[in-house]
Design a protein around this ligand. Structure first.
Ligand SMILES: Nc1ncnc2c1ncn2[C@@H]1O[C@H](COP(=O)(O)OP(=O)(O)OP(=O)(O)O)[C@@H](O)[C@H]1O
Length: 264
């Protein structure tokens, strides 16, 4: 079981701090939604938490280990990042691209190819992409590519999974299937952090929410306590009514433009 902890993360870009002193914790076996308006710093924070780029200051821990002190290979066995709209220059088949996720687990003197094939197939099955195994990644549609990227991260089989808008480009059924997959990964102990734009998805699928605005944490904590109308209005300037789904008991958000202020 590996949770994630980060303290005082700062990242500068374009002469200003785009992530400004962010603290963040995520427990193993939970889904944390990272939300906030465009430009809030979500992608930048996720890249720092995944140790893909080193922040200007602050610490990131995987369990009790300093993420940046770990050798790259060991780090890649602990944390995977699905980046937003990641493109690949490599003209690989989907299966070969997903197999790249196995590299951190494979010995220097050759891989167990049967094990690699088994994990690649399982990962493609999990995202409904088995039929695309022999297709070139460059020939995929946006949604197919998004699912192939997720399969690669699944093949990496890390206890920490970070995703930047994983429902991008997906049709509604694929969005819900992806979110359900994240929940089932959390149920088997994975620590999941996902930047999400859809507050309804955050309400329905996350245990905790980290709300960013202007590079700072505006609120953090259990989803039902944090994702309340006052916070949503403050951060996004929209009105929200929180209902309860009759089937799941989870919160459902009805969002609308703010009502005009009455004039006399
Ligand atoms: N190289 C750069 N130079 C200048 N500003 C940058 C640079 N990289 C990122 N930024 C700025 O940092 C801020 C945070 O960007 P980031 O992509 O982390 O936001 P985000 O919350 O993921 O946004 P979105 O919801 O639009 O994807 C943005 O205002 C962005 O314009």
């Amino acid at each position: 079981m590996t949770g994630l902890g980060a303290e005082r993360i700062q990242v500068g870009a374009g002469g200003r701090l785009v992530v400004d002193g962010v603290d963040c914790t995520a427990q193993s076996g939970t889904v944390t939604a990272v939300i906030g308006p465009n430009g809030a710093g979500k992608s930048t924070l996720l890249r720092a938490l995944a140790a893909v780029s080193r922040p200007d200051s602050g610490t990131v821990r995987y369990g009790d280990q300093d993420a940046f002190a770990l050798p790259r290979r060991q780090r890649a066995r602990l944390a995977a990042l699905v980046e937003q709209d990641a493109t690949t220059e490599l003209d690989l088949t989907v299966a070969d691209s997903v197999a790249l996720g196995r590299l951190p687990h494979e010995g220097l003197w050759g891989a167990d190819l049967a094990e690699r094939d088994r994990v690649v197939t399982e990962s493609l099955e999990a995202v409904g992409m088995v039929a695309f195994a022999d297709r070139r990644v460059t020939s995929l549609s946006g949604g197919e590519r998004q699912r192939a990227l997720l399969a690669k991260a699944l093949a990496q089989a890390t206890p920490l999974l970070l995703l930047d808008e994983p429902t991008n480009h997906l049709d509604i059924a694929a969005q819900l299937a992806t979110l359900a997959l994240l929940r089932s990964m959390a149920a088997s102990g994975t620590t999941v952090l996902a930047a999400l734009h859809d507050l309804g998805h955050a309400a329905a699928y996350s245990d905790s929410v980290l709300v960013l605005a202007g590079g700072r944490v505006v609120a953090a904590g259990p989803t039902q306590e944090v994702l309340v109308p006052d916070l949503i209005r403050r951060v996004y300037g929209v009105d929200a009514v929180v209902l309860t789904h009759p089937g799941t008991g989870r919160p459902v958000l009805a969002l609308s433009e703010p009502a005009p202020v009455p004039t006399r």
